[in-house]
Design a protein around this ligand. Sequence first.
Ligand SMILES: CC(C)(COP(=O)(O)OP(=O)(O)OC[C@H]1O[C@@H](n2cnc3c(N)ncnc32)[C@H](O)[C@@H]1OP(=O)(O)O)[C@@H](O)C(=O)NCCC(=O)NCCS
Length: 148
Amino acid sequence: MTQIILPGDANSLGNAFGGKVMQWIDVAAGVASRRHGGGTAVTASIDSLQFHRPIRMGDVVVLRARVNCAWRSSMEVGVRVEYEQDDLAPQHAVSAYLTFVAVDEQGRPRRVPPITPETDEDRRRCEAADRRRELRLKQKLQARRNNE
Ligand SMILES: CC(C)(COP(=O)(O)OP(=O)(O)OC[C@H]1O[C@@H](n2cnc3c(N)ncnc32)[C@H](O)[C@@H]1OP(=O)(O)O)[C@@H](O)C(=O)NCCC(=O)NCCS
């Protein structure tokens, strides 16, 4: 997905709003999960995001999303965001991991096809996603306990 930072997307310093970039990340990941899961999928969680460098007004922003792994109804989507400034080579701005859950018309989780890794890199991504999922579900349980 390719976007450009317009004046309405930037603060008074001319830097892109983090929330705007997060919105695009959510959309790009939503499209990837929808394609893999064959229908509507909702954002269940977004792992922490670190913005290391400012993206400036007028920069072109390129987002690449891929489904790293899929389980019963949930999928981890990785999104890499780069920006292009004048003649400079594309710069890495931020990466994100999101979990999407495929849902039916009543909003209930439904099954998705598994990911079939084709390369060592695919396998590595899916195994890393497995480890992150375990951590996420622990955090979810902990957050639930804290709110009780
Ligand atoms: C996401 C949602 C569908 C999960 O429903 P649920 O009744 O909790 O379902 P379950 O506990 O059976 O979990 C279903 C799957 O979601 C995963 N999941 C649930 N919460 C999760 C979380 N916070 N992070 C990662 N995965 C999560 C579970 O691991 C499970 O995955 P699996 O089927 O692949 O094993 C439900 O919580 C929901 O609708 N949330 C709101 C989503 C939304 O509106 N997002 C936009 C926010 S504005």
